[in-house]
Design a protein around this ligand. Structure first.
Ligand code: ASP
Length: 329
């Protein structure tokens, strides 16, 4: 029988009603007591790392999760992490860079309704996560609403429905049907995972809106090593407002500029329009192509903890990790 470690971090799945709204209160052992069938699937151990609404999760918590898995990696066949849904996609992306090529499953899950509610998705999501953690599913993934989504491709796309997550610009890895994993794609992996604990959190994301000038961008560049600009359509910045000059100046001072798009599907293609072309050809900004903003943010934190050399940053940024982007020709 496989041996799986359940790592609790909080979230709706473990929440209970309080006078001031839902708050995480259940331990991992209590969660498991709601789903006795899991004990027939595998042997389990529990560790409660934190009990947080995932709005409160920070990169320091990602590091705590990585240290927990690294320290126990050889003792278990797979890992299930219960987590709030609000920042689950960020944590999944971060773990995908911080634990690369894991041959053992690292499965994140959560729920839209607490496990103690009559109508809840908690029990099925938790059980499905254990099915996957006990199966042949290398790497980091999210199991939610019967779907298995690659950690670098997940995005929360619904705030209330059970089908809260979508896989962006990449197919689902599989589905859980009648309690069994039907895997469509198997992530490639190494013999041993590569763990990275260092992150550089001086990365900001700015959403461009019509009429904006360079002031917000200046503010962010001043305080960050990299700024991701979520621009419009396939990508570009307004010709008025001083954006080109702003990016040129901050790049000269060693900052990293990345252009991505606010559009959920199909990604950027900066060279297409005049408003984007020059950013790439003259200013040499990086573009996210088909990556999610969650993955771009986490990837930059991972890269900038290793190097600030612009050529190396570029090389690492465009090198796919855990299928986070399709290689660009
Ligand atoms: N606010 C909750 C959280 O992210 C929502 C959830 O878990 O569904 O922790």
């Amino acid at each position: 029988m496989k041996h799986i470690l359940l790592i609790g971090t909080g979230g709706t799945i473990a929440s209970q009603p309080t006078d001031a709204g839902l708050a995480p209160g259940l331990t991992t052992e209590q969660l498991l007591s709601y789903t006795p069938s899991i004990t027939r699937l595998c042997r389990t151990d529990c560790v409660q790392l934190m009990a947080l609404d995932s709005t409160n999760i920070t990169p320091a918590h990602w590091q705590t999760i990585v240290r927990c898995i690294r320290g126990r990696y050889d003792d278990y066949d797979g890992f299930v992490i219960t987590h709030g849904t609000d920042t689950l996609a960020y944590t999944a992306a971060a773990l995908s860079y911080m634990i690369q090529g894991s041959p053992k499953p690292i499965v994140l899950t959560g729920a839209q309704k607490p496990i103690g509610f009559d109508s809840t998705d908690s029990k099925i999501n938790l059980t499905d996560a254990f099915v996957c953690a006990a199966g042949d599913l290398p790497g980091v993934s999210i199991v939610f609403d019967h779907k298995v989504i690659l950690g670098t491709r997940a995005k929360k796309t619904r705030s209330k429905s059970f089908s809260a997550f979508s896989s962006i610009n990449y197919p689902d890895l599989g589905v859980i049907r009648d309690g069994s994993l039907v895997r469509f794609i198997r992530q490639s992996c190494f013999d041993r995972p590569r763990f990275y604990e260092e992150l550089n959190t001086r990365v900001a994301v700015m959403k461009l809106v019509p009429g904006m000038g360079r002031e917000v961008l200046d503010f962010l560049f001043e305080r960050s090593d990299a700024v991701v600009v979520e621009s419009f359509g396939v990508g570009g910045v307004p010709e008025a407002g001083g954006f080109y000059e702003c990016i040129r100046q901050w790049k000269q001072r060693g900052r990293v500029a990345v252009l991505t798009t606010q559009v959920e599907n199909e990604g950027s293609d900066l060279g297409v329009y005049h408003v984007g072309h020059r950013l790439k050809s003259d200013l040499g900004v990086l573009e996210a192509y088909d990556m999610t903003s969650e993955a771009v943010l986490a990837k930059l934190m991972w890269i900038l903890a290793q190097t600030k050399d612009p050529a190396r940053v570029r090389e690492l940024f465009y090198a796919p990790v855990a299928m986070d982007m399709f290689p660009q020709t």
